[in-house]
Design a protein around this ligand. Structure first.
Ligand code: TXA
Ligand code: MG
Length: 330
């Protein structure tokens, strides 16, 4: 059931349902989340079950602000505090040492915990209402079945998880890809997942350089967003440069069917059956539209998705990362 996230009465009802142990489809500025009280182990277990996600893959806990982060974390490094102060609320998740005895199920048993303070007004309103009811944080992975494309509007959540789930509609997500994740639990900051907030800006604010993941000896935490194959539509995805795309189209000729093409470059289509979508030429708009576009191709029933490789530019890393994982999954 989809409810109006901008209606304060619906926000209150949703917060009470969360406090009572129910799950909620929650809009954030990145993607929609599947939220539960982070301290309610049974509700958190229901998230894993609904998503079909292995229970040792940690969830992100969403909080109102840095103050609430203290309830879940211990020994937050100074550079992580700087990142919180500058980028929260916003699309940045920080992995920090977990406060012993708190949020173990949400953290998938890790000694660390992922914390994020979303900027979306509906998410903020729900978090504030929950805090009032004694719920200090919401565990919320993206509201899709494990391995599938993240939802960027309320209807996508229903398509993934069914009509029985309460979903607050907060409109289409303005960022469109999941938050940047920085691991702050291993001494130096490490980029685990690229997103809207870019490494150069992280380094400038943290006052410390990002470390490459493989240069640290400590074992890598589990992170399903860092699995090589993820974010997959049903149809296989192939990445190619514009020249290879045109050659492929010409080879298929007028009989090309069940094919979708997503490219920035204008190409000649040899067949009227090809499903076209133009990739925006700026990375921010491309990220905004990416998951909805892949879903659209699935809905059109195509059997193959050809995508023009994104430019080599840090601003495109988030989009390229999601596309590479979608391609690896198929
Ligand atoms: O933008 C987002 O981050 C969205 C919205 C809903 O906030 N959430 C999201 O959650 O993408 P999810 O669960 O789909 O991806 C979270 C990623 C996973 O790859 C998870 O493994 C990783 O964060 N993660 C969470 N806690 C962690 C921890 N303690 N150590 C390492 N990775 C962690
Ligand atoms: Mg996810």
């Amino acid at each position: 059931m989809i409810r109006d996230g901008n209606d304060p009465a619906e926000v209150q009802t949703a917060a009470r349902a969360l406090a009572a142990g129910e799950l909620l489809g929650l809009p954030t500025e990145t993607v929609y989340g599947l939220a539960a009280n982070a301290l309610d182990d049974a509700a958190v277990a229901a998230i894993f079950a609904a998503k079909g996600r292995p229970s040792d893959h940690p969830l992100i806990v969403h909080v109102c602000g840095p103050e609430q982060a203290e309830q879940f974390a211990s020994d937050i490094p100074v550079f992580a505090r700087r990142l919180m102060a500058h980028f929260w609320p916003g699309p940045l998740t920080l992995i920090v040492p977990r406060r012993p005895g708190v949020g173990a199920v949400a953290a998938g048993g890790q000694a660390s915990i992922g914390l994020r303070c979303p900027s979306h007004p509906v998410a903020q309103a729900v978090l504030a209402a929950c805090e009032h009811l004694g719920v200090p944080g919401l565990a919320a992975p993206s509201a899709n079945r494990f391995g599938r494309i993240s939802p960027t509007c309320a209807a996508h959540v229903v398509a993934e998880l069914g009509t029985a789930l309460r979903v607050l509609d907060g409109g289409p997500c303005p960022v469109g890809i999941e938050s940047t994740i920085i691991d702050c639990s291993r001494g130096a900051p490490v980029l685990l997942r690229p997103g809207h907030i870019l490494p150069a800006d992280i380094e400038a604010v943290a006052g410390i350089a990002l470390e490459a993941p493989d240069r640290l000896r400590a074992p890598q935490p589990r992170a399903s967003g860092t699995l090589e194959a993820h974010y997959a539509p049903s149809a296989p995805v192939r990445l190619m440069d514009a020249k290879a795309l045109q050659t492929g189209l010409d080879l298929l000729g007028p009989d090309a069917r069940h094919l979708a093409v997503y490219a920035r470059t204008v190409l000649r289509s040899p067949s009227e059956h090809v499903v076209w979508r133009r990739m925006p030429s700026d990375a921010v708009s491309a990220a905004q539209q990416l998951f909805a576009t892949l879903r659209h191709f699935d809905e059109r029933g195509v059997r193959l998705i050809w995508v023009e490789t994104p430019p080599v530019d840090p601003a495109w890393d988030g989009v390229r990362d999601r596309l590479c994982r979608a391609a690896a999954a198929s």
